[in-house]
Design a protein around this ligand. Sequence first.
Ligand code: FAD
Length: 403
Amino acid sequence: MSLGSPSTPLPEAVDIAIVGGGVMGLGLAYHLAKIGKTAKRGSERPSIAVLEGSYLVSGASGRNGGGLRMQWADAGNVALMMESIDLCRGLAQELGINLWFRQGGYLFIARSEAASERLYRNAELHRDVGAPTRLLSPAEALAVVPHLDPSMVQVATFNPDDGVVFPWPFVWGYAAQAIRRGVLVRTHTRVDKLELTGEGYTLRLSTGERLRAARVVNATGAWSNELHRELGISLPNRPHRHEILSSEPLRPFLDPLVVDLDSGLYFSQSTRGELVTGISLPDLAGYDDESLSMHSSLRFLSVLSARLTALMPITRSLKILRQWSGLYDVSPDGDAYVGSTPGHPNLVQLCGFTGHGFMMAPAVTGLVARWLLCGESHPMLSRWDPVRSQHPPGRRREDMIIG
Ligand SMILES: Cc1cc2nc3c(=O)[nH]c(=O)nc-3n(C[C@H](O)[C@H](O)[C@H](O)COP(=O)(O)OP(=O)(O)OC[C@H]3O[C@@H](n4cnc5c(N)ncnc54)[C@H](O)[C@@H]3O)c2cc1C
C-alpha cells in the first residue's frame, strides 16, 4: 500500500492542487479521483496533487478521538452525520483497510437543568430528522454504562448508531485509494507561498520546486489562514489547542463514547482496552492560542482527572499512558468554511471543522468533489459558504460542539 512519499515526482502543472494531507484533503482527493472520469463537465480525469508539509497523520486527523455521532443540535448537522455514519458502514471494504469502526453508541449525560433542556430539545429534533436517539433516565444510563455514578445524571440521551473509528487507517485508506486512482501524494513538502498566476496559482514549495494549479484547495486545517496570508486573505477561523490522553488497557466494559455535556468531558474505550478521554477547558477555549503549539499541560490532566473520577469512580487508580494534543480549526459560528474564497473563485476552502471534521469527512469530501467536478449544490455547501465571513447571517450557533 503506497501512502505517498517525499520523492513523489510532480509535473509542472496540475488541474487541482490540494494543500494538506489530513482526512479532508485525502478524502477529497479520493472522491475526485473516483468520480473524475464520469464528471459531466470535461471528459478527462483531472490531474490532482496533494501536498502535505509533514507526514500524513501529523495534523488533527492523526490526533483525534475518532468519535462519530448523529447527536447534534442542528437538523442539517444531524442529517449530514446520518449520511456520514451510513457511508462508514461500507468504507472499510471500499478503502480495503480495517477502520476499527465500532457502533457502540454515544451517551450524552446532563447534570444541570440547562444541559437537560438541550438534551430534551435534541431528542425531539433527532426524532423529526429520523435519528434513533432515545432519552434515558439515570438508571437506564447506568445500564448502558456500568460504573457511572447515577447521582451525577439528571437525564441522558443515547444513540446506538453513533460510534468510534481508529483515525490513522481511515486517513491511510483514503491516501492509498487516491494514489491507486492516479492522485500524486507528496509528503514532507510544505506550500510556503501561493502566487496568483492568471486565473490559477503558482505554489512555491519548501523543496524549492514550483507547481502551477488551475484550482487550489486549502485543506490545511488549523494552518489554513497561514496559507493565504500573503495574498491578503484572512478568514475568521482560528487554531485552538485541544488535549486528550489514553490510559493503560482495562478489561472491556464500555461500549459507548460518553459525553458529560456540562463539563465537556468525554471518554471511550478503544479496542485495545485503553480509555481515551478529553475535556473542554473553557477559559482557554476560543481564540487565545494562535501559537500553533501542540504541547501537553498538567492543568488539563488535573481538570480531567477530577471530572472523570467523580463521574466514574472506578477510574481513581487508572494509570495514564499517553497525553497529547492537536489543533482544532475553530470558526466563530461553529460551521466550516467550504467553497470559493471571496474574490478568489479558484481558491477553495475546506477548513474550519473545529472538533468534528473527522466524523464529517466521509460525507463532506464526497459533496465537495461533486460540487467541484459536476457543479452539484447541497444545502450544507450554501450554509458553509466562506462568503458569510463578510456578511455573517446571524443564525444560532451549533451548541453540541465538544472541546
Ligand atoms: C484532540 C482532538 C480530538 C478530536 N476529536 C474528534 C472526534 O472525536 N471526532 C471528530 O470528528 N473530530 C475530532 N477532532 C477534530 C478533527 O480531528 C479535525 O476536525 C479533522 O481531523 C480536520 O481534518 P483536516 O484534514 O481539515 O486537518 P488536519 O488533519 O489538521 O490536516 C491538515 C494538514 O495540513 C498540513 N499543512 C498545513 N499547512 C500546510 C502547508 N502550508 N503546506 C502543506 N501542508 C500543510 C498539516 O501538516 C496537516 O497534516 C479532534 C481534534 C483534536 C485535536
